[in-house]
Design a protein. Structure first.
Length: 257
């Protein structure tokens, strides 16, 4: 983890254009603001190209996808590619329906991602590996290293597979992250907010490998720190403390550990 990456985010306050799902907009916005980025939520086809062009990173998340939004996501992604703006794609629930799968296939045909992030079930679906999923959740056990590598090779992109141990595959290297807390699985949108944090880190002057390791490990460290506070007794009390923890620096999260 590189503290300089987090400091760069807070110095520059990068504008992250979210084309994300309705369930997590407020949580994602507040979490990114706490971390140091600047969120904008915009999916109207009439403006997405303009907003994408002035943004520092683009996040495409299909959690509550509609046909109209699909057009906007592709337009924003293509604009980002044109201007060399990093793009993170989160194929939420892609294994649940043929509509989502066809939508992701279309997005990935027309948009070049910097990173694809998702849980094991979602990313296994992209490379036709059988791994049990329930709605937007991955509940099966599989070789996440293999899934990450195959998705990376198929789409020529860095990959993050989230789970009890996160798997990062970038520049032909596998990296594992064990930071985190099980409360993250009991709140809505924890994976979606991670996408926002990663997108903000993609705007910094660091290697892609360091950007991804920093974002994922800091996010997990923030969760474990929040869960350990005396006033946290479960997922409900965890949530606001976790938002607070995202505003800290890594050394503040490990004091007394």
């Amino acid at each position: 983890m590189q503290v300089d990456i987090i400091k760069q985010v807070r110095d520059t306050k990068p504008l992250v254009h979210h084309l994300t799902n309705q369930v997590v907009m407020n949580f994602s916005a507040n979490g990114l603001l706490s971390f140091g980025g600047s969120p904008i939520m915009a999916k109207a086809i009439e403006e997405v190209e303009q907003i994408a062009a002035i943004s520092n990173a683009i996040l495409i998340n299909i959690g509550t996808l509609t046909s109209t939004e699909l057009e906007s996501m592709i337009a924003a992604g293509k604009t980002a590619n044109k201007h060399n703006i990093p793009v993170l794609i989160d194929p939420v629930g892609v294994a649940a329906t043929s509509f989502r799968r066809k939508a992701i296939d279309k997005i990935l045909e027309e948009v070049r991602p910097t990173v694809i992030k998702g849980n094991g079930g979602e990313l296994a679906s992209l490379v036709d590996i059988k791994l049990e999923a329930k709605g937007v959740d991955s509940i099966g056990k599989g070789n996440l290293d293999e899934i990450a590598q195959r998705v990376s090779e198929k789409y020529n992109t860095a990959v993050i597979v989230t789970g009890e141990t996160d798997v990062i595959y970038v520049d032909n290297h596998l990296i594992h992250n064990g930071t985190g807390h099980h409360y993250l699985t009991s709140i809505t949108g924890s994976g979606c907010l991670l996408g926002s944090i990663i997108a903000a880190c993609l705007t910094t002057k660091a290697s892609l490998k360091d950007q991804l390791i920093t974002a994922v490990s800091f996010y997990g460290l923030s969760a474990s720190y929040a869960a350990d506070q005396e006033n946290v007794h479960g997922p409900g009390s965890f949530l606001p403390v976790f938002i607070d923890s995202l505003s800290k620096l890594p050394q503040d999260l490990t004091k007394g550990a």
